[in-house]
Ligand binder design. Structure first.
Ligand SMILES: [Cu+2]
Length: 161
């Protein structure tokens, strides 16, 4: 936890903190909303993260890389229909259309963690650094939610299969 600081001396710090409270992040014209992860068993070697990305720029941007200290390997994944089976696989990037958005959620695009170094517990948060081709780099905090959790974004954007 951050120590309590003087409003006048640390106005900038407090501004950053208020972003964290809102659970929204901004880099350039890109904003990231409500990053979350599904709770996994303590023996799990893998986990995944989900969030919404909005691009306010007049040109497309791409999420090209993700890194987290919780995992040995962090990959960008999609779910795709391969010979009638839904399988997940690594993709090089996720395109975020100009003045548009993309939604990472279970059964769709997600960030995948392999070789977990520590398993974040329910209610905890862990850091995740995202790299966008145009907007650059941003560190976000991913909150661990229960295994049966459904985000507002999922309810709204989930593709019916
Ligand atoms: Cu995956």
């Amino acid at each position: 936890m951050k120590p309590i600081m003087s409003v006048f001396a640390f106005a900038t710090t407090l501004l950053v903190s208020s972003f964290a409270v809102a659970h929204d992040y901004q880099v350039g014209e890109i904003s990231i909303a409500h990053p979350w992860s599904k709770q996994v068993p303590p023996t799990s070697k893998v986990a995944a993260a989900f969030f919404d990305i909005e691009n306010a720029a007049s040109q497309d941007d791409q999420l090209i890389k993700a890194e987290s200290p919780i995992a040995g390997i962090t990959e960008i994944h999609e779910h795709a229909n391969v010979d009638g089976m839904m399988k997940m696989r690594q993709v090089k990037q996720i395109n975020i259309p100009a003045n548009g958005s993309e939604h990472l959620m279970p059964g769709d695009y997600h960030i995948m963690f392999f070789k977990l170094k520590n398993i974040p517990a329910l209610g905890e948060s862990f850091p995740l650094t995202l790299y966008f081709k145009n907007a650059g780099k941003v560190e976000i905090s991913v909150k661990v939610e229960p295994a049966d959790y459904q985000s507002e974004s999922m309810k709204k954007h989930m593709k019916v299969e």
